[in-house]
Design a protein around this ligand. Structure first.
Ligand SMILES: N[C@@H](CCC(=O)N[C@@H](CS)C(=O)NCC(=O)O)C(=O)O
Length: 207
């Protein structure tokens, strides 16, 4: 029997909490989508295990760490490989995206000048490197999906990262950085976004 699930994350459609939300929507797994407003975060922070979200409540017990949650939900949703090697390929992508996300997130609290130079350095160094390496793994997996020639939570995690980079929301990170360094990841984004359940989910969110 599917456990009772409560996913707690900020009230926006992206980043660390969104993979699990998407995976549960794709699989039709019922869950409570507990979206918290930024203004309420300070009061909630210490009630979470590591002073961060997402968290997932599973029949009343809480786990944290986005990729742990992604693996757990991925297994429930049939979006995580049973084979150990294929699972390792999925984990590698999710952890790499997590790494680079943490580096980018570290620039958010900098003052304007420091932010500009940190983001320009990332745009010339780590971001292209991670893009190229992740693209190479997509190619190694057959070019369409990262593992098992099918959608997994690794594809969802990468899709959300690429969507963020291409959105232009990050000042001093060129919105065409993905097109320049990893065009296959742009195609991959389009492939994931056009999955009927994902397209329908975001169409409903926009209403
Ligand atoms: N390693 C953690 C990082 C979690 C994290 O930093 N979450 C951010 C939101 S994406 C957060 O809670 N920020 C609020 C804060 O740090 O006060 C994970 O992967 O879940």
């Amino acid at each position: 029997m599917t456990p009772w699930l409560v996913l707690t994350y900020f009230d926006f459609d992206g980043s660390r909490g969104e993979v699990a939300r998407l995976a549960m929507h794709i699989a039709g797994i019922p869950f409570e989508d507990r979206r918290i407003a930024r203004k309420d975060w300070a009061a909630l922070r210490d009630s979470t295990p590591f002073q961060a979200v997402p968290t997932l409540e599973v029949d009343g017990q809480v786990i944290a760490q986005s990729n742990t949650i992604n693996r757990y939900v991925g297994k429930l949703a049939g979006l995580y490989p049973a084979d150990d090697w294929q699972a390792a390929r999925v984990d590698e992508i999710m952890d790499a995206v997590e790494d680079i996300t943490t580096r980018i997130a570290g620039t958010f609290t900098l003052d304007d000048e420091a932010k500009k130079s940190a983001r320009e350095a990332l745009s010339a160094g780590s971001i292209p490197r991670f893009l190229r390496q992740i693209e190479a793994r997509l190619q190694a997996g057959g070019g369409e999906w990262f593992a098992e020639n099918r959608l997994t939570v690794a594809d969802l995690k990468c899709y959300l990262w690429i969507r963020w980079l291409k959105s232009g929301a990050l000042d001093h990170v060129p919105a065409d950085v993905v097109d320049q360094h990893a065009p296959l990841l742009v195609k991959h984004l389009e492939r994931v976004a056009s999955r009927p359940q994902i397209a329908a989910y975001y169409a409903a969110r926009r209403k």
